[in-house]
Design a protein around this ligand. Structure first.
Ligand SMILES: NC(=O)c1ccc[n+]([C@@H]2O[C@H](COP(=O)([O-])OP(=O)(O)OC[C@H]3O[C@@H](n4cnc5c(N)ncnc54)[C@H](O)[C@@H]3O)[C@@H](O)[C@H]2O)c1
Length: 266
């Protein structure tokens, strides 16, 4: 087991990537503190982990609230005595033309995706400093941190901000054995992908369109993100800090999407 005995806080565990990370970490022997906004989904995820013999607790948390984040880490330390890892996964998506992007919408996205990440990093680092054993923090951003997507200004600003925060903390705490890295997924099969498909007039056309933008011609799976997260929290990645690990089937590496003709040797 690659995370045996490590106490790891994971945010946004009610669904999608965060749910998969919480389940996988428990299988790898971690004590998982699962934090999510809705108890209706979050508690069930933890109950299922415990039913399979895993060690986990659920704490209902809005990560944009300082009081909630304080209560989350207090409960985690009360139950397990220390913090070894944190995965800042909770986030809200955003798609809207910039002309219609109100200050309220901007604040909502920035407050969850960037301020929430800051608040959780702050408390986790304070706890890690108390033990002196260091720790590992993953900030889940997006392959939007390699470029940008139209209509996603607050999301892109927040996710790029997470990279800056990560690099700053990575170098500030490197000598104290606290590692901070970004994990940037591309399009992953979660509710977001199902919503995109369901909003399209044709599932097949929508699927073909998106797949043609991904060199591997498919969306990724939550398990492919969780595998990277295990590596980044584990002691297999002890020389890694300030990095942005992009897992997107090659999407952000290409300059053009679909080629008009097959490249020939010139
Ligand atoms: N799915 C993708 O294709 C994709 C691609 C790139 C990046 N990401 C990033 O991965 C992360 C997870 O995405 P997902 O697709 O699994 O999303 P999701 O919507 O399925 O899950 C997000 C979880 O975060 C929780 N959450 C939202 N706001 C919260 C708050 N204020 N406090 C606490 N919990 C909150 C939700 O309740 C939910 O459980 C996000 O940060 C997202 O930006 C996802």
């Amino acid at each position: 087991m690659r995370l045996q005995g490590k106490v790891v806080v994971v945010t946004g565990t009610g669904s999608g990537i965060g749910k998969d990370i919480a389940e996988r970490f428990a299988l790898e022997g971690a004590k998982v503190v699962a934090a999510s906004r809705r108890a209706s989904t979050g508690q069930g995820v933890v109950d299922a982990i415990v039913a399979k013999g895993g060690d986990a607790i659920f704490i209902q948390t809005d990560i944009s609230s300082e009081a909630d984040v304080t209560a989350l880490f207090d409960a985690a330390v009360k139950k397990y005595g220390r913090i070894d890892g944190l995965v800042n996964n909770a986030g809200v998506n955003f798609v809207c033309p910039f002309e219609e992007c109100t200050p309220e919408a901007w604040d909502r996205v920035l407050n969850v995706d960037l301020r929430g990440t800051y608040l959780c990093c702050r408390r986790a680092i304070l706890e890690m400093l108390k033990t002196g054993d260091g720790g590992s923090i993953i900030n889940v951003a997006s392959n939007h941190t390699m470029a940008a997507v139209k209509g996603a200004a607050p999301y892109d600003a927040a996710k790029w901000g997470m990279v800056g925060l990560t690099k700053s903390l990575g170098i500030e705490f490197a000598s104290r054995k606290i590692r901070v890295n970004v994990l940037s997924p591309g399009l992953i099969h979660t509710q977001i992908w199902d919503d995109i498909l369901n909003a399209a007039p044709s599932h097949q056309e929508c699927n073909d369109h998106w797949n043609s933008n991904i060199p591997m011609h498919r969306v990724g799976t939550c398990a492919e993100i969780s595998s990277a997260a295990v590596f980044m929290i584990s002691d297999e990645s002890t020389y890694m800090t300030g990095a942005n690990l992009v897992i997107d089937g090659g999407t952000s590496s290409q300059l053009v999407t679909a080629e008009p003709y097959e490249s020939k040797k010139i």
